[in-house]
Design a protein around this ligand. Structure first.
Ligand code: PRP
Length: 182
């Protein structure tokens, strides 16, 4: 375990098992689709989950990426997520699958839904690896959530603190002294 962590919250095995279940749920959902759904990774946090999820799916998807940022170096959402890099693909008439690492305050999800539905998506499905309902500021829910978690400062498997720890293969709780000394 990385020395800056207090404990591991979700092991690689636990994540892998839930990713498989999520992929099966999506395959069932899209089984009658004639065109590949447009799978959108909300960067950077969702990148690990996204890659593992689409590789477990039997449904062929088109992959696209959008970078949103609302936290910067802070641990509180600005409440106004900004587009840092937009999608390359047009969304009109597509079945859009939005892949998030975490729904926290909910602002990012609300903004993405507004944006992509505004561009004429045929359907809009949200899957998130983690859900932290205790932190919600706006009422919103993913269609599928792999893990509902307590309000703890977590990193790893895509999630960062000040851009660090994203490449840990598991999810762990960061020691208080790491983020309190700043
Ligand atoms: C994080 C995370 C989600 C969003 C969720 O992104 O990846 O996209 O915040 O938080 P919310 O529900 O409070 O909006 P962040 O802005 O930290 O960028 P990152 O993905 O590059 O880490």
């Amino acid at each position: 375990m990385n020395k800056d962590l207090e404990r591991i919250m979700l092991t690689e095995d636990q994540i892998r098992a839930r990713v498989k279940e999520a992929a099966a749920w999506l395959d069932e959902k899209y089984k009658n689709c004639t065109e590949p759904p447009l799978a959108v990774s909300v960067l950077k946090g969702s990148v690990m989950f996204f890659c593992d999820l689409v590789r477990e799916m039997k449904t062929l998807v088109q992959m696209d990426f959008m970078t949103m940022s609302s936290y910067g170096h802070s641990s509180e959402s600005s409440g106004m997520p900004k587009i840092v890099m937009d999608l390359a693909a047009p969304v009109a008439g597509r079945d859009v699958l939005l892949v998030e690492d975490i729904v926290d305050s909910g602002h990012t999800l609300v903004k993405m839904r507004e944006l992509l539905q505004g561009r004429g998506a045929k359907s809009f499905t949200v899957i998130t690896l983690l859900d932290k309902p205790a932190r919600r500021q706006v009422e919103v829910k993913a269609d599928y959530s792999c893990f509902e978690i307590e309000n703890e400062f977590i990193v790893g498997y895509g999630l960062d603190y000040a851009q660090r720890y994203r490449n840990l293969p598991y999810i762990g709780v960061l020691k208080h002294e790491i983020y309190e000394k700043k």
